[in-house]
Design a protein around this ligand. Sequence first.
Ligand code: SF4
Length: 332
Amino acid sequence: MFKPKAIYFEKEITNYPLGKELIEKYKEVPKIEIENHNNIEEMRKKSNKEFLNMKRNLIIGVRKTHKFVDNHKTSDYLVPYTSSGCTASCMYCYLVCNYNKCAYLRLFVNREQMLDKIIKIANQAEKELTFEIGSNSDLILENTITNNLVWTIENFKNTKQGKLTFPTKFDMVDSMLPLDHQGKVIVRMSVNPEEIINKVELGTSRLQGRIEAINKLKEAGYEIGILIAPVILVENWKELYQELIKRLSEELSEKVKKDAFFEIIFMTYSYIHTKINEEAFESGDILYNKEIMTGRGRGKYWYKNQVREEAEIFLREQMNKYFAKNKIAYIV
Ligand code: SF4
């Protein structure tokens, strides 16, 4: 269970039930009042070496921007929701931005306002819309602190139409199992070879736990997606990903295998990651490989086209061998 070292909070949070609840829950934890969760000067000034220490704090505020962004992958909209950032430390995390500005976990207590907007748009739409509510954080992790996911599912179930979806790397799903979700929630579990999880996805659930969580969620009636992501082309990647796909085929339940869909995403990386990882992790930066990566504008890297194409062919072959009947929504 995550126990914050300190809580940075905006004063207005006490105007919301969840804000009051969190202040009470963490009454023993030192608190620092802040003006704006988006701009905590003390955090911005810290060096990259402090990256992991900073993630031991919890920031609580009110979300002011509620702009939905069109999406064309597995949802219709990316929706800013109840949290941003995370307490885990995946070395490639796509939420690492502007050095130390926003990698730590920030909770937003105005959940009623955010969910009301989703429900309104879902009910007014001419077709069934899917809302991605987990693109800024990991909601299964967040739920262990706020119970927000349980609250969300219970309050969304009576909408006329619409679905919610989110990805996760965590296995603490038991509180979701008894809920009456009305088939409106798609959980997308992200997996990687065990060796990669252990070395790179620090602070997340291990592969075994994630597989068990998928089976339990399916048994509880949730729609399941599986993200093989991010695919990291380490030296022995072929062996690792072949083993992973085989293991999934052996350990996922028949119910999951019947209709789970897959998303496959290659790792992208950045100059900022290399700097933080070099300075904050004992292992240094183990992900950047200049032989097979190339620049992609504004300090970003991705795998060279030819490398990526060959890897895609290999992964499709493996998927064909072990999951021939399952849909691959996309490989990017
Ligand atoms: S679990 Fe997700 S949000 Fe958290 S550090 Fe890893 S990639 Fe980032």
